[in-house]
Design a protein around this ligand. Structure first.
Ligand SMILES: [Zn+2]
Ligand SMILES: [Zn+2]
Length: 331
């Protein structure tokens, strides 16, 4: 059963941001997203996914045109493509605000369609195809970083319904904002107050047995306080503020380590949903520590966040950091 409020008759202002300065909270208000279809809606008429899935090859007319695709040669069939999100949380030309606490949500919101066929897991792609997806994301992030109107950008994945995915066809999302979001601002402030915070993070993980994998200048480690069993971060071992400027071998290493992680997670918790998101530095500004490392945070969604988490900002997990790392290594 799918009960959704009907979309508003017209959305006069486009998406907006409500800001609560007491809570330090930003909320994106995007009423048109209530009309966003899920797989059950799209498949209601029956048939194979290729007949109803907007992300399957052959259905390109059901999404906005691509900004990038791989391979770039239009004579060849595409294997991955980036399109504007049809239900964006930010828009390039949102209208001017009525009040300081309510401003237009300006930015870019893309969908990265990661396979031409109806795949559900990144493990359905071969290693080269998955690496090409990360190369494509990097190109898009580099394009967005050159724009004066955007302060910060990320790519993130919601894999499975518990992680918030409404469509199962393999995809990620890419968002660029005109401000630096609070979680990243807090990390930057904490890093600016420390000496080599990421070097310390890696050294502590090595000495505590929380490193789970390593390849070509990147390390995968369980952070000191994982929010769920098997939470893992992937980052370069030397300082680098921007994934969009990372060397090709580092991008390939992200592809390799994410495949490694999803395979291990599947062995430890079959069918587990997960999120990941990229944290890189703001595009401009002097407040970035030279010791900053971009990083990908991967969070399995094995339990729901409930009252304690929402009310305190603290988390409860059933597995220690060191035990999470040991099981990931040995799975
Ligand atoms: Zn599909
Ligand atoms: Zn982070």
């Amino acid at each position: 059963m799918h009960h959704r409020p009907p979309p508003p008759p017209h959305a006069p202002h486009g998406p907006r941001v409500h800001h609560d300065s007491l809570a330090g909270r930003h909320v994106f208000v995007a009423p048109q997203r209530s009309a966003r279809p899920d797989d059950a809606d799209l498949a209601a008429g029956g048939g194979d996914p290729e007949t109803w899935c907007p992300f399957c090859a052959g259905n390109e007319s059901r999404t906005p045109p691509h900004s990038l695709r791989t391979p770039a040669d239009p004579a060849l069939p595409w294997r991955a493509r980036i399109v504007a999100n049809g239900y964006p949380i930010v828009m390039q030309h949102a209208e001017a605000a009525a009040a300081a606490a309510d401003r237009p949500a300006r930015g870019v919101h893309d969908v990265v369609i990661e396979s031409a066929t109806h795949e559900r897991s990144i493990l359905a792609l071969d290693a080269a195809a998955w690496r090409d997806v990360w190369m494509l994301c990097q190109r898009r992030l580099a394009d967005l970083a050159r724009r004066d109107d955007l302060a910060w950008a990320t790519v993130f994945k919601n894999s499975g319904p518990r992680a918030g995915a409404s469509l199962e066809h393999l995809h990620s999302q890419l968002v660029a904002l005109d401000f630096v979001p609070p979680v990243v601002a807090a990390e930057l402030a904490a890093a600016a107050a420390a000496i080599d915070p990421f070097g310390r993070l890696i050294a502590d993980a090595r000495s505590a047995g929380r490193v789970v994998a390593e390849t070509d200048g990147l390390v995968a480690l369980v952070p000191p306080a994982p929010r769920q069993p098997f939470e893992t971060w992937i980052l370069p071992t030397t300082a680098a503020a921007f994934f969009h400027a990372a060397a090709a071998e580092h991008v390939a290493a992200v592809a390799e380590l994410t495949r490694w992680f999803v395979d291990r997670l599947g062995r430890l918790a079959p069918g587990a949903d997960y999120n990941w998101w990229l944290h890189q530095a703001p595009h401009r500004g002097a407040d970035v520590s030279p010791a900053w490392h971009w990083h990908l945070e991967i969070l399995p969604r094995l339990a729901q966040f409930a009252g304690f988490e929402l009310g305190t900002g603290c988390h409860i997990t059933t597995l220690s950091a060191v035990e999470s790392a040991r099981r990931l290594r040995e799975a």
